[in-house]
Design a protein around this ligand. Structure first.
Ligand SMILES: [Zn+2]
Length: 144
């Protein structure tokens, strides 16, 4: 089973390789704002919102004191079972965190944010970055 740093090295190598190939192929394919949104999501998906939040991993320790919000997630999922599903594992983690964030937002402001501010293109690209990073994690776990 690959360790945390092996996952990080694999993810960043694949990300840089794909972006480099796309940039070399056609520079107009790489929009800087979209790349930043994708890269931010990819970073969060590699460092913090990983499939290994289902166990006592380096990823869950990186949450520091905030790891208390991920403990119910850890208790709900058995290590390397559905949380490591390449299709819905990352989506379940994103929904879990989104519910917490929206719940906090509602608690603070007594209303939910306007719909179109949640579903902006850049937030969608950010979420895709998390999903890609999580998929690479699962792929590496499958082969090593
Ligand atoms: Zn894993």
């Amino acid at each position: 089973m690959p360790g945390y740093n092996v996952h990080r090295l694999f993810n960043y190598t694949v990300f840089i390789a794909i972006i480099s190939v796309l940039f070399a192929w056609d520079k107009t394919l790489v929009d800087l704002r979209m790349l930043l949104a994708l890269g931010a999501g990819f970073y969060i998906g590699t460092e913090f919102i990983t499939p290994d939040l289902d166990t006592d991993s380096t990823a869950i320790k990186k949450w520091g004191r905030l790891k208390i919000i991920m403990l119910p997630y850890k208790w709900m999922f058995t290590h390397r079972q559905s949380s490591h599903n390449i299709v819905y594992g990352a989506i379940v983690r994103i929904l879990y965190i989104s519910l917490l964030v929206l719940g906090l937002y509602y608690f603070l402001f007594s209303s939910l944010p306007v719909e179109n501010s949640i579903l902006s293109l850049y937030i969608f690209i950010f979420l895709v970055g998390i999903i890609i990073a999580n998929a690479l994690h699962v792929i590496l776990d499958t082969f090593l």
